[in-house]
Design a protein around this ligand. Structure first.
Ligand code: GLY
Ligand code: MN
Ligand code: MN
Length: 454
């Protein structure tokens, strides 16, 4: 991984931040290994997955437990071997191949912290490891010859919990990567907005996003959601229509970029013209900002989620979408018709990062509030957490149909729903870095910098 030319200098040079990141990671890994009874850790970057009865493979995604050690996101069959007290070793897969171009030996800012051993294949990788791996925990897929490696245990759940729990607290190095991922994402979003204003189809809006980020779709942390008009009501809309619709009403774009293995996760909604839908976007943006203002260490994320429903009930009433008062909208579940997903999640190496429900490494999980099955984070926020804040308001036909058919029907103003449904839905999503006193809005800062050409 090299610095993208599209991201001007990160706030602090990554080279200076990587050493302390790796040292802290090494310390917490040593403690986790000791507590779970292992002497060493072996982490696989991942295997290429062949397409059934074909000679192609699916795009490669490096495993998150590997990417936490190195920003090497593109090379399969590498291993990091961690033995507390020793420099970590990177077994770097460098096959002799003339069908595909082998990745060059990395020389980036992070490599000085590793002993790097080039390996032509898995046999060479095994030979580069200690003879006995009986007290080594292995993380990764069970590739064909793994059984013969005689590792102590494959993917031990307790160790995984001990490693995942602290991943919620990002190091200054990780925060720098997440800022840069937001900077790239904001460049993509601005280009996408311009394409929408010019009347582009969903497919062309995606191309504009990719070109501005300088990334291929397979480089992105998730498949972009680029939804015109009523398609915005499909929460993870995946189609990219190649033809622009005859009438252009709205765009919901949920798309992020990747930097150093870290993701941004950003959503914006635009109206083609002034009017009720544009006013509703503005109301949801204000709601999102008031939720962001609640974010700081010590806050129970479940409370933020429930507060979002309270604020949404007021937006729904002010927009004349419901006829009841906000308390009844919440008690009856009507707000969940319009906002069926969670208010946000941990963000990092994975777009829905690991460990969102853990009470402690050994302490079981924290339940979601009843009636909110899609919330992905139930922990209390701590400094260094990075979370998304993503309230939405959608006109989702199957959920509306269910409400029309039961006691909730009398609480909803159907004529208003009918007039706004062709615009699909609204989501506003930013990435927030939590501190003791508040949060840094990585996404709004990135948009401000992109607007100013910085
Ligand atoms: N882009 C997926 C999400 O917002 O969670
Ligand atoms: Mn998200
Ligand atoms: Mn998103």
């Amino acid at each position: 991984m090299s610095l993208s030319p599209l991201v001007p200098a990160a706030r602090e040079p990554l080279a200076a931040l990587f050493g302390p990141h790796l040292a802290a990671l090494g310390q917490r890994t040593a403690a986790a290994l000791e507590s779970c009874g292992y002497e060493a850790l072996l982490v696989h970057s991942g295997s290429l997955l062949p397409v059934f009865q074909d000679d192609r493979t699916y795009p490669f995604e490096a495993n998150a437990p590997f990417k936490v050690w190195t920003p090497l996101a593109e090379v399969p069959d590498c291993f990091v071997h961690v033995q507390p007290g020793h420099r970590p070793r990177l077994l770097f897969h460098r096959p002799t191949d003339y069908w595909y171009k082998p990745a060059p030996l990395p020389q980036d800012y992070w490599t000085a912290h590793f002993e790097i051993v080039p390996c032509t294949d898995l046999t060479a990788a095994r030979a580069a490891l200690p003879r006995s791996l009986a007290r080594t925990a292995y993380l990764g897929e069970d590739f064909g010859t793994l059984a013969a490696w005689n590792v102590g245990e494959v993917n031990p759940p307790r160790l995984i919990r001990h490693l995942d729990f602290p991943r919620a607290m990002k190091s200054p190095y990780e925060l720098a990567c997440l800022r840069a991922a937001n900077r790239l994402g904001a460049l993509g979003h601005l280009a996408a907005e311009r394409a929408f204003t010019d009347g582009a189809a969903e497919f062309d809006i995606e191309l504009a996003f990719l070109a501005a980020c300088g990334q291929r779709e397979q480089d992105l942390p998730y498949n972009p959601i680029i939804a015109l008009n009523e398609n915005g009501a499909v929460l993870h809309y995946q189609v990219l229509e190649k033809r622009a619709p005859q009438t252009r009403r709205s765009l919901l774009i949920d798309a992020g970029a990747e930097f150093g293995g870290y993701a941004s996760d950003i959503t914006r909604t635009y109206a083609a013209a002034a009017g009720d839908f544009a006013a509703l976007i503005q109301a949801m943006d204000t709601l999102q900002q008031s939720l962001c203002a609640h974010v700081k260490a010590g806050v129970d994320w479940r409370e933020v989620h429930l507060l979002a429903h309270q604020l949404l009930a007021h937006v729904l009433r002010d927009a004349d979408l419901i006829s009841c008062d906000p308390d009844e909208a919440i008690a009856s579940g009507v707000t969940r018709v319009f906002l069926p997903h969670g208010i946000g999640h941990l963000l990092g190496l994975e777009v829905h990062d690991a460990g969102g429900f853990m009470r402690s490494p050994d302490g079981g999980d924290i339940a979601r509030p009843e009636g909110h099955p899609y919330l992905r984070l139930t922990r209390t926020l701590a400094p260094g957490f990075v979370v998304t804040m993503e309230p939405g308001l959608y006109f989702i036909e199957p959920l509306l149909a269910a409400a029309r058919a039961d006691a909730r029907a009398r609480l909803i103003r159907w004529s208003r729903v009918d007039s706004l449904q062709p615009c699909g839905g609204i989501r506003v999503e930013d990435d927030l870095a939590v501190s003791a006193t508040g949060c840094e809005n990585l996404t709004r800062d990135a948009f401000a910098a992109a607007h100013n050409g910085r």
